[in-house]
Design a binder for this molecule. Structure first.
Ligand code: ADP
Ligand code: MG
Length: 614
C-alpha cells in the first residue's frame, strides 16, 4: 500500500510556483501588483539577463512590520481577503496569498521592508524555500524585493525559458501594462543598468501613453468615455485608418487589471471592421469598469483571461461606444495606411552599394512577349525628392499584371526572374468576375484564379529567390524617415539591424528609442517605410523573426513583403491574366498563397458534364 503523506510547505510552494510563475515576467507581475496594492506612488523595477539572474522591485508603499514580513511568506497568507465573498468586491490585484512563498521557493529571495512609522526595517532572506535569516536593516519606508537565480532550484523550468531578449520583452510589456493602468504611480524600468523608461506621475492616461509609447503613437488616438447600465468604458482608441499588423497594441483592462479577453478583442475588431483593411488590427488602450461580481478573474492564477457573466452585454456596449466615437471623429471609413492601395506608384530602385549588377536578369532577358513596353514616367516629384540619386529608368520590360494600370513606372521586380513568362498552352482568358477573380478555359475544364493570392505567391517565391542569391535591391532615401519606437520595439530592432540591412531595410539608431530608416527595399514606397518597419517588428514580437533560424526568418520576411508589395490593378487584360497564370504555375508551390490560402480551383470538364447531367 502506498503511504499517504502531507507535502511539506516547501514542496507545495514549489508546485504552486510552477502554476503561478511561468517566467521572469510573472515574478515582475506579482511584485508590481503587490506594490500597487500597498499604495505605492513610486515603483522601480530592475532586471538583468532577461530577469533570470537578477530582479528587483522596489516601492514606497505601506511596507510591512517584522511579523507581517514573515507571515507574507507563508502559504495562503494575505491581507487582502478573508472570505470568498470578498472576491466579489475585490479592489486589489492580489488575493491568493501565493505569490511571495512561491517565488521564494524557487529562487534566492530577499525582502527588505519598513512601514513609514517605524525606525528600522526588516530583512528576510530565503533561499529555495529555506529561511536563511531574519534581521533588522536600514531601508527607506516601503518594500524592496530582490530575486536572484530564478528557477535555480528548478532546472527543468529554466530550460523552457526563451532567449534573454524574449524574456526581457515580456518583462517590459508587463511593466508597461501596469504603468498604463496606474498613471498616478511613477514607474522606472532598468535593464542591465540602462534605464528603459522612466515615467513620472502623470495627470492623464494620454500623458502616460505618450511617455511609454511615444508622442507619435499618442497623436494617433482618440479619447473615449461612456457608461451604460453598470458598465463604463474609458481610454484611447486609434483614429480611423490607424492599424497594426498584430494584436499587440490592442490593450485592455478590466477594473484596472490587464486582461486578455476574446470578447473585448473581437468587439474592438468588429467595431473597426469597415475602417481597417483585412488582416490589420486596431490600436487601443481601453479600460472597462464594472461590478467585480460580474466578472470572473479567478480563471487561472497566471493567465490574464477573464470571463464576463454577460458576454453579450459587454460586447454590445463596447461596439456601440467605439463605433459612435469613430463616427463622431468625422473621418471617413476606410483610410488604410497600408501599401495595398490600388493607386500605389513605383519608383525605380537604385542599386545598393557594393552590388555591381543588382538585377542580372535584366540585361540578358529579351523583352517579354506578353506586354507592350509602356512609356516610363518619372516618379512623383515629392517622391523623387526623397531619393538620393538620379533614377535610372528601369528596363521597359514588365508584367503589367503586377503593376498598376495608371502608367506608373514598373518596379525592378516586375520582370520575372528566369526565362520569359511561361505559357500555358490551350488556355483562354474568359474575363474577370467581381474584380478579384480571373476566369480561364483550360484544356481540362474551367479555372477560377484569385488574382491577389496568385500575385502574392509569385512575389513570395521571387523574393525568396532573391534573398537566397543575396541580390537585394534597396533604395537609399535622401531624407531618412524618423521613427520613434517603444522600448520593446527598440530592443527587438537593435537585435535585428544586421539581418534587416542584409534584406534591404537599413535603419540607424540615433537616440534612445529613436531610429532613422535610411534605405528601404526597392519595391517599397518611402511613405510606407514606417508602417513596414512596424510590421516587421510585429513579426519579431511574435517570435517569427528569430536570428537563430535565418531561413525561417527570411521566409517570414518574404511573406510579409509579398503582401505589401502587391498592388492589384482593377482591370486586367488577356495578356496580363495569362501571364499571371503562367507565372503562378511556374512557381514551386502554385496551389496556395504564402499565407496558405488557395490560389485557384478547377472545375473539370467531367464535373461540368455531371452538373448538367450530360
Ligand atoms: P496576495 O497579494 O495575493 O495577498 P502575496 O503572496 O503576493 O499574496 O503577498 C502576501 C502579502 O504580503 C500581501 O497580502 C501583503 O499584505 C504583503 N505584501 C506583499 N508585497 C508587499 C509590498 N510590496 N508592500 C506591502 N505589503 C506587501
Ligand atoms: Mg500578490
Amino acid at each position: 500500500m502506498p503511504r499517504i503523506r502531507v507535502l511539506s510547505d516547501r514542496v507545495a510552494n514549489q508546485i504552486a510556483a510552477g502554476e503561478v510563475i511561468e517566467r521572469p515576467a510573472a515574478v515582475v507581475k506579482e511584485l508590481v501588483e503587490n506594490s500597487l496594492d500597498a499604495g505605492a506612488t513610486r515603483i522601480e523595477v530592475e532586471f538583468r539577463h532577461g530577469g533570470r539572474s537578477h530582479l528587483r522591485v522596489e516601492d514606497n508603499g505601506c511596507g510591512m512590520s517584522k511579523d507581517d514580513a514573515l507571515l507574507s511568506l507563508e502559504r495562503h497568507a494575505t491581507s487582502k481577503i478573508t472570505e470568498t465573498a470578498d472576491l466579489d468586491a475585490l479592489g486589489t490585484f492580489g488575493f491568493r496569498g501565493e505569490a511571495l512563498p512561491s517565488i521564494a521557493s524557487i529562487a534566492k529571495f530577499e525582502l527588505q521592508t519598513r512601514p513609514a512609522g517605524q525606525a528600522t526595517g526588516t530583512e528576510v532572506l530565503v533561499n529555495g524555500g529555506k529561511l536563511v535569516h531574519v534581521r533588522e536593516c536600514g531601508v527607506a519606508p516601503g518594500t524592496r524585493i530582490t530575486v536572484a537565480h530564478l528557477f535555480g532550484a528548478v532546472p527543468a523550468r529554466r530550460k523552457f525559458l526563451k532567449s534573454d531578449a524574449t524574456e526581457s520583452a515580456h518583462i517590459i510589456q508587463t511593466v508597461r501594462l501596469y504603468a498604463l493602468a496606474c498613471p498616478q504611480t511613477a514607474f522606472t524600468l532598468i535593464e542591465d543598468g540602462r534605464v528603459l523608461f522612466q515615467s513620472p506621475v502623470c495627470a492623464t492616461l494620454e500623458e502616460r501613453v505618450a511617455e511609454i509609447f511615444g508622442r507619435q503613437f499618442a497623436a494617433d488616438l482618440l479619447p473615449v468615455d461612456a457608461s451604460e447600465a453598470g458598465l463604463q468604458l474609458g481610454g484611447l482608441i486609434g483614429k480611423p485608418g490607424v492599424s497594426r499588423a498584430s494584436r499587440h497594441e490592442m490593450i485592455a483592462f478590466v477594473n484596472r487589471r490587464p486582461v486578455d479577453s476574446r470578447t473585448l478583442n473581437y468587439a474592438l475588431i468588429e467595431s473597426y471592421a469597415t475602417s481597417l483593411p483585412k488582416g490589420r488590427y486596431p490600436v487601443a488602450v481601453l479600460f472597462l469598469g464594472m461590478n467585480p461580481a460580474a466578472v470572473d478573474v479567478n480563471v487561472h492564477p497566471a493567465k490574464r483571461e477573464v470571463r464576463f457573466r454577460s458576454e453579450g452585454e459587454v460586447r454590445g456596449f463596447v461596439i456601440r461606444t467605439v463605433l459612435q466615437r469613430l463616427r463622431q471623429s468625422g473621418a471617413p471609413a476606410a483610410a488604410p495606411e497600408t501599401m495595398n492601395s490600388e493607386s500605389g506608384r513605383r519608383h525605380a530602385p537604385i542599386p545598393p552599394p557594393g552590388i555591381a549588377q543588382p538585377f542580372p536578369w535584366r540585361a540578358s532577358q529579351p523583352p517579354s512577349s506578353v506586354a507592350p513596353a509602356p512609356a516610363v514616367q518619372p516618379p512623383r516629384p515629392e517622391v523623387a525628392g526623397r531619393l538620393a540619386a538620379p533614377v535610372a529608368p528601369p528596363i521597359a520590360n514588365r508584367d503589367s499584371e503586377s503593376d498598376n494600370p495608371t502608367g506608373a513606372p514598373p518596379s525592378a521586380f516586375s520582370v520575372p526572374h528566369g526565362a520569359a513568362t511561361p505559357r500555358l498552352p490551350g488556355w483562354r482568358f474568359l474575363g474577370t468576375a467581381h474584380g478579384d477573380f480571373a476566369l480561364f478555359e483550360s484544356p481540362a475544364g474551367v479555372v477560377v484564379l484569385d488574382r491577389r493570392a496568385a500575385h502574392e505567391r509569385v512575389w513570395f517565391e521571387r523574393l525568396q529567390a532573391q534573398f537566397a542569391r543575396g541580390e537585394i535591391a534597396s533604395q537609399r532615401l535622401l531624407f531618412a524617415v524618423p521613427v520613434e519606437l517603444d522600448p520593446v520595439g527598440s530592443a527587438l530592432l537593435l537585435d535585428r539591424l544586421d539581418f534587416l540591412r542584409r534584406h534591404g531595410l537599413d535603419v540607424a539608431e540615433f537616440g534612445r528609442n529613436f531610429f532613422r530608416i535610411e534605405a528601404i527595399p526597392a519595391w517599397l514606397e518611402p511613405e510606407a517605410a514606417d508602417v513596414f518597419l512596424r510590421d516587421v517588428l510585429a513579426l519579431a514580437r511574435d517570435g517569427r523573426l528569430d536570428e537563430r533560424t535565418p531561413r525561417l526568418a527570411e521566409e517570414e520576411l518574404a511573406r510579409l513583403a509579398a503582401q505589401k508589395a502587391v498592388r492589384l490593378p482593377e482591370a486586367t487584360s488577356e495578356a496580363d491574366a495569362l501571364a499571371l497564370a503562367g507565372r503562378l504555375f511556374a512557381c514551386a508551390q502554385p496551389h496556395t498563397s504564402p499565407a496558405g490560402r488557395p490560389t485557384h480551383f478547377e472545375l473539370s470538364r467531367g464535373e461540368l458534364a455531371k452538373r448538367f447531367q450530360r
